[in-house]
Ligand binder design. Structure first.
Ligand SMILES: [Zn+2]
Length: 392
C-alpha cells in the first residue's frame, strides 16, 4: 500500500477520534468549548506539506490517542505496518499500547499476540518465545491460546527445538489439525536422525515408531527405519520396511527404489529385485519403477525384455526419461557404435537433468533435492518426487 493511503487513513483515524470525543462531550451536556485537535496533528500535516512522509507518519501515530475506542485502530495500524515489512514500526505501536494501564485483559492479550508476531518478523525469537509461553499458560481465551500455540510451534521449528515443539503440539493440537500431526511426525524423525548419528539407535527407533503412530502415512519414518536396518546388515528387514512405503503413499515410491535395489544386490538376489519391481508395477504405474526394472533386466542379460518394457511405457505414456532410456539401451544393444544415437542420448540426458526432480504439492515449489519441509511454504511432507507420467 502506498504511504499516501496510509497517511490518509491516519488523518481520518485522528479526525474520527476527535469527532467521537466531541460528540461524547456534547451528549454529556458539557457546556465548555469542544476540545481542540491535538497539536501533533498540525505538526504532522506540516511534515506532510513538506513532503516528509516518514516524520508525518511517526507524528500522526503519536497524535492517535489510546483509549478503548482506538485500540482496534492501533491494532489495525500495527498489522498494516508489519504486512508492509515495517515490523519495527508495528512493534513500537504495540509496545506503546501495552504500556497503557487502561487496557482490559482481553485487549492486552491480543496486543501481546500481535507483538509476538512483530518479534518473530524481526527475528527477536527469545522475546517472542517468552511472550507466547506466557499467553499459552495464562489466557482463558481458547482461540487466542490456539493462535499463540501455532506461533510458538513456528518459532520452535525455526530454532530446531523439536522436543519443545512436540511438547506444545501433542496430543491436543495434533489431534485437531492434520498439518500439525504431519509436522509432529517429521519432528520425531528429526530427533531420530540426530540420535542415529549420536549412536542412540534404540531411542531413534522408538521415536520413529512414535512418528508412525502419530502419522501412519509418514514415509520418512519407514525410510529411516529401513536405513537403520541396512546399517546393521538386516537387508531383508530393510526390504520389508521399504515395501511399506508405496502402501503409505505411492507418490513417494521413487524414494525407496535406490535403497531397495541396494539391499537386494547385497543379498545377491537380482531375481528377487525383478520380482519385487514387477509386483510394484502391478500395484501402480510408475515411470521410476519401469526405469529401474529395465536397467535390472538389462544387467541380467535380458536386453530384449528391457527394451520391450520401455517401448511399451512410451506407447502408454511418452516421456523424455523413457526416450532417453530407450536410446541408452539401444546404443548399448547395437553391435556397432552409432554416433547419432550417442548424440541423442547425451542431449536427452542434459534435458532430463535440467528438470526439477521434486515439487511441493501445496505451493508448487520445484527443486532438485528433496526437502522434507518445503523451503517456500514451510509445510512438512508436501514435497514429492516428480514421477515422469505425471509430469508430461
Ligand atoms: Zn511448498
Amino acid at each position: 500500500m502506498p504511504d499516501v493511503l496510509l497517511l490518509a487513513l491516519l488523518v481520518v483515524a485522528i479526525a474520527a477520534g476527535w469527532w467521537l470525543g466531541r460528540r461524547e462531550r456534547r451528549d454529556r451536556g458539557a457546556a465548555s468549548a469542544p476540545p481542540p485537535l491535538p497539536h501533533d496533528y498540525f505538526v504532522g500535516l506540516n511534515y506532510l506539506l513538506n513532503d516528509q512522509q516518514d516524520q508525518a507518519i511517526e507524528t500522526f501515530i503519536g497524535a492517535l490517542e489510546v483509549n478503548s475506542d482506538t485500540v482496534e485502530t492501533h491494532l489495525a495500524l500495527g498489522n498494516l505496518f508489519r504486512n508492509r515489512g515495517e515490523a519495527d514500526r508495528a512493534m513500537k505501536i504495540h509496545q506503546n499500547l501495552l504500556a497503557r494501564p487502561t487496557l482490559t485483559t482481553e485487549q492486552s492479550e491480543r496486543v501481546q499476540l500481535e507483538l509476538s508476531r512483530d518479534f518473530l518478523a524481526l527475528g527477536l525469537l527469545d522475546r517472542a518465545e517468552r511472550l507466547l509461553e506466557g499467553l499459552v499458560r495464562d489466557t482463558q481465551d481458547d482461540e487466542l491460546r490456539g493462535s499463540a500455540r501455532r506461533l510458538l510451534i513456528d518459532l520452535l521449528e525455526r530454532e530446531r527445538e523439536w522436543q519443545a515443539a512436540l511438547d506444545v503440539a501433542l496430543p491436543k493440537l495434533a489431534r485437531q489439525h492434520d498439518d500439525i500431526r504431519r509436522a509432529a511426525a517429521h519432528w520425531l524423525c528429526e530427533l531420530a536422525e540426530e540420535e542415529r548419528h549420536s549412536a542412540s539407535p534404540v531411542l531413534a527407533r522408538r521415536h520413529l515408531r512414535q512418528a508412525l503412530a502419530t502419522d501412519a502415512r509418514c514415509v520418512r519414518a519407514n525410510l529411516l527405519l529401513a536405513a537403520m536396518a541396512h546399517d546393521t546388515g538386516q537387508y531383508k528387514q530393510a526390504i520389508k520396511l521399504l515395501r511399506r512405503i508405496p502402501e503409505q503413499d505411492a507418490t513417494f515410491t521413487p524414494l525407496m527404489l535406490e535403497p531397495l535395489a541396494h539391499a537386494y544386490r547385497l543379498l545377491d538376489d537380482e531375481e528377487g529385485l525383478i520380482r519385487c519391481l514387477r509386483e510394484l508395477l502391478d500395484q501402480a504405474p510408475s515411470s521410476a519403477v519401469i526405469t529401474l526394472l529395465a536397467k535390472t533386466l538389462y544387467h541380467q542379460g535380458q536386453d530384449q525384455d528391457a527394451i520391450a518394457l520401455i517401448r511399451e511405457q512410451l506407447e502408454r505414456q511418452p516421456s523424455l526419461e523413457a526416450i532417453h532410456q530407450l536410446l541408452s539401451l539401444s546404443r548399448h544393444h547395437a553391435r556397432e557404435e552409432d554416433e547419432r544415437i550417442e548424440l541423442l542420448e547425451r542431449h536427452t540426458l542434459t534435458l532430463v537433468r535440467a528438470r526439477p526432480r521434486h515439487r511441493c504439492r501445496r505451493c508448487g515449489f520445484a527443486t532438485e533435492t528433496l526437502h522434507w519441509q518445503c523451503p517456500r511454504c514451510r509445510n512438512w511432507g508436501t514435497t514429492q518426487p516428480i514421477d515422469a507420467p505425471d509430469r508430461d
